[in-house]
Write a protein that binds this ligand. Structure first.
Ligand code: CP
Length: 327
């Protein structure tokens, strides 16, 4: 694998999940695979889980790791071509990415959207320029429109906690997974829900699960991320009989970058949980308690959020292993 930026970069998602679960069972089996290889992690934005899990994954594979907090410690980057750099930017991405490629065998990049210009964000201009100019394999640590390491960890989590009895699986019974929009006080990117939807739609197409998205009107995701998903504007109806509810806020794609008014009743709590099939509740974290998701769920037996965050390690390790095997 030379690039991990979306589910489309993965030939076989079941094999990648199996690889991650095998690494979870035996983390150090490939401890020499990354010997004398260097991973560079470049952050344009903050991170807890992605930073630590990807570092740990690389160390488990015997790699050296360098972390660059570009937003705080790097030169101000210019990304546009053809400009005279007589303003605040100091270094062009052409040189910066190419230099990092000289020092690293694999690079990871986190680059959030600005949520100002939808075309610029959805064309992944920053991420794609970085990939083009660095000249080495790149793993997305969350880009403007996707967070594939998170989504892979989510699929790993669903696979290993699948409540459907083995005998019923042989008859085609699969767990029901619902992506449920949640309230927030800020306009957040669509990267996590886009990516989760894309991975779940692929998993649904491969007979692994049944996928529904619930959001208020006006919060529909860009439709190329949701092929085959059932779409609902009614949370209570959507979560009926759900085995998993994946809670996440996102801002409107249509009214890009704006904080829209939203209706009451979209926060998951124990009352809503009664409508489900005793669903497990997931969230990528960080989460705002009692705004996005109730404390009673986060602190209760149905929460998978810590388990899910733990699986970020195996998601990253499986992807780095696949990349190292092709270096
Ligand atoms: N879920 C996730 O990517 O967390 P961080 O932003 O802390 O890395």
């Amino acid at each position: 694998m030379k690039l991990f930026s979306s589910v489309h970069d993965v030939t076989d998602i079941k094999q990648l999940v199996s690889s991650a679960l095998a690494l979870k069972a035996s983390p150090y089996v490939y401890g020499d695979l990354g010997k004398n290889k260097t991973l560079g992690l470049v952050f344009m934005n903050p991170s807890l889980r992605t930073r630590l899990s990807t570092q740990k994954a690389a160390l488990n594979l015997g790699m050296n790791v360098m972390v660059m907090n570009m937003d705080k410690e790097g030169w101000a980057l210019e990304t546009q071509d053809g400009v005279i750099m007589n303003g605040t930017t100091v270094e062009h991405i052409r040189e910066a990415a190419a230099v990092m490629g000289e020092y690293c065998d694999i690079l990871g990049l986190r680059s959030f959207p600005k949520l100002q210009d939808r075309d610029e964000d959805y064309n992944e201009e920053f991420f794609n320029k970085f990939v083009k100019f660095c000249g080495v394999p790149v793993v997305s640590l969350e880009s403007a429109t996707r967070h594939p390491l998170q989504s892979l960890a989510d699929l790993i989590t669903i696979t290993e906690t699948n409540p459907v009895p083995i005998a019923d699986r042989a008859n085609g019974k699969v767990p029901k997974v619902v992506l449920a929009w949640a309230p927030h006080i800020k306009p957040l990117p669509q990267a996590v829900p886009n990516s989760f939807a894309e991975w779940m739609c692929r998993a649904q197409a491969e007979g692994m699960l049944d996928f529904t998205i619930a959001q208020p009107e006006g919060f529909e995701l860009e439709e190329s991320f949701t092929p085959g998903a059932k779409i609902s504007h009614n949370l209570d109806e959507a979560i009926a009989d759900a085995d998993y509810v994946y809670v996440k806020n996102w801002s409107s794609y249509k009214e890009y970058g704006k904080l829209l008014d939203f209706p009451e009743g979209w926060m998951m709590n124990n009352e809503k949980l009664k409508l489900t099939k005793n669903a497990k509740v997931m969230h990528c974290l960080p989460v705002r308690r009692d705004l996005e998701l109730s404390s009673e769920i986060l602190d209760g037996p149905n929460s998978l959020v810590i388990h899910e965050a733990g699986n970020r390690l195996w998601s990253a390790q499986a992807v780095l292993k696949a990349m190292l095997e092709e270096l």
